[in-house]
Design a protein around this ligand. Structure first.
Ligand code: CA2
Length: 143
């Protein structure tokens, strides 16, 4: 089993600001948690982060035939990107959406997610731990 973890814009800056929303750990700590979770489950994985919508679309297209599942935090593109939604639908790879914060209890514009229209599950509001929950859910779904 091989899964792809995709992180969208500005997640590479975690820990710099807004610790009350995103915590005070940095992106390297998040990647370490993802690595540990996948190791525990015996799952091969790759982590990809980009600040560019087209690069994320390219990565999803390239995942076809190479990955069994995707965990994605599209960050701000969650609320705007029909292109990422269409790419996920096109490759039809089971996808779990994850958000560090609870997007339903923040700004009105964050309440809508295009990605939820195709995700098998959305995990939110659990901090970094949400990635562990998302990976475990995807693993249970795929095994
Ligand atoms: O809660 C989440 O995981 C989000 O996907 C994070 C996005 C936000 O646009 C979504 O609405 C919810 C933002 C990611 C990065 O934000 C930073 C803000 C300040 C400092 C570092 C990162």
């Amino acid at each position: 089993m091989k899964i792809l973890i995709i992180n969208g814009p500005n997640l590479n800056l975690l820990g710099l600001r807004e610790p009350e929303i995103y915590g005070n750990q940095n992106y390297a700590s998040l990647c370490a948690l993802i690595d540990d979770t996948c190791k525990e489950l015996g799952v091969d994985h790759e982590i990809f982060q980009s600040n560019h919508e087209g690069a994320i679309v390219d990565k999803i297209q390239d995942a076809y035939g190479k990955f069994d599942g995707i965990v994605i935090n599209p960050a701000a593109y969650t609320h705007t990107s029909v292109a990422i939604l269409d790419a996920l639908k096109a490759v039809s790879i089971p996808t779990v959406e994850v958000h560090i914060s609870d997007i339903n209890s923040r700004d009105e514009f964050r309440k809508h997610s295009y990605i939820s229209l195709t995700a098998i599950k959305t995990v939110m509001g659990l901090g970094f731990e949400g990635y562990k929950v998302a990976i475990e859910h995807l693993y249970d779904f795929l095994k």
